[in-house]
Structure formats: C-alpha cells, structure tokens
Ligand binder design. Sequence first.
Ligand SMILES: Nc1ncnc2c1ncn2[C@@H]1O[C@H](COP(=O)(O)OP(=O)(O)O)[C@@H](O)[C@H]1O
Ligand SMILES: [Mg+2]
Length: 256
Amino acid sequence: MTGLVTTTPALETRALVAGYEPDLPIVRGVDLSVAPGELLVVLGPNGAGKSTFVKAIAGVAPIHGGSVTLAGRDITDVPAHRKITQGLAFVPQTENIFATLSIHENLQLAAAVLPKPVRPDRIRALYDRFPDLAIAPSRLAGALSGGQRQMLAVARALIVDPPLIILDEPSAGLSPKIVSEVFEMLQRINATGVTVILVEQNVKAALKIASRAVILVEGQIRHEGAATALLDDPILAKLYLGTGHARNHSREAELP
Ligand SMILES: Nc1ncnc2c1ncn2[C@@H]1O[C@H](COP(=O)(O)OP(=O)(O)O)[C@@H](O)[C@H]1O
Ligand SMILES: [Mg+2]
C-alpha cells in the first residue's frame, strides 16, 4: 500500500456521543474508522459502554452528538430498520432470535425487510451457507443449542447480504469448543469480504481472529492497535484484572 491510496472506511464514527438520557452520556466522543474487510474487536471492561456504542451505531440506542457513516454515507439519523437495508447488519447480545418460531420462520421474518420476489433466493443462499440450519428448518429456534442459536442469529443478520456485520458478544455463555466454532464462522464470513466488528469479553480468543483491536474504557477509546501486539500487552492485564499495576515482567496473568 502507498500513502496515496485512500479507501472509504466501511464504517466511521466521529465524536460519537450516545446514552440513554441526554445528560448522562455513556459513549463519550468516540472516533473510530474501520477499513473494508477488517475484523475489528472491541474490548473493554464490563459497563465500559461497548454495547451502547454498537447499539448507537445500529440505531437502537439514542445518539446525542457526532456522526456515523457507512461506506461514506451519513447514517447517523437513519432508523434501525433502514440501516439494515443499507447494509449494516447487527446481532445484539440478547433476543437475537425468536425462540418460539422455527428456524425457517426466523429467516422468513428477517427476510421481510427485502422485496418479496428476492426473499426465497436469499433464504436459500443462507441455507447453503449454514448447512446446519438446513438440516431441520422446521425445528424450533428455542430447541437449538447455544452455538446453533448464534448461527441462526448471524444467518438472520446476513439476509441482506451486508458488507458489514456488528456482533455484540456472540460467544457469551458458550463452551470453549462452541466459542471456537462461532469464531471460525466469523472468520469464514470475514474471508468472503464482509467487514466484521466484534464486541467480546472472550479477550484472548477474539484477539487471535481479529486484525485490529480497540479498548473502550468509560465510554472512550483508551487503546487502539494490532490484535496480535495486544495479546502480550500489559494494558490488558491491567484493565481486566483491575490490579492497577500492569505485570510487565510476567505473561502468566490469565485473561477472561
Ligand atoms: N437500557 C439502558 N438504560 C439505561 N442505562 C443503561 C442501559 N443499558 C446500559 N446502561 C448503562 O450504560 C452503561 C454502559 O453499559 P453497556 O453499554 O451495556 O456496557 P458494556 O457493554 O461495555 O458492558 C452502564 O452503566 C449501564 O448500566
Ligand atoms: Mg455489553
């Protein structure tokens, strides 16, 4: 790459302020630029504002200042359902599937944002991409394993064939083996050219698949850098173990 080449970011936030009450900002001025094709992980302690940040981007938490652009287009004030059709897929941490509906019904509902004629083809494409879901389309989503549920949630988000997908802690509550499966799925999606923004508490596993990481602390970006470099950075131990002292001479500190 030469310094002369500029690409439009897949997603950019500028001085983003968001929160549930105007006088109580949770996200406090975040500048973030994500390049097309990146797999970016957003880390940070509990309550740092990670979920509020991605919810604000997706249009489901109130924005009080700053801007969000998707592939160069300002989407700050676009309602959530239109952000989806404009190519921003969001998988929230909870309530990301309808447990009382079947796999197929879940996909049909997700497809409702699309024009009717294209829906069957898009659903078929998802079954090709997620063969596990195709095995039993009539199965109730509530009867699926944790890993399969995440797969269904991601499949729902991919219905519009988006260039960008944002996931909020997709590995929460899953066993280590299933976490690997979910992360492998995200790597495969990323390998097809989809930009991925991943909020995670599973720090080490996430850093292994990410290209870049940002750490959010008290609603602001505290650190930004290559994911592999961060794996050995004492700032992680400091933030996650809450010792206040980075253990510079030891890599023994276990992260969550
Ligand atoms: N729906 C909500 N209404 C009011 N406050 C909220 C809501 N959701 C989260 N908060 C508050 O916002 C802060 C950041 O929460 P959150 O964005 O969920 O952090 P994280 O995802 O990093 O754990 C916390 O203090 C939390 O109590
Ligand atoms: Mg959260």
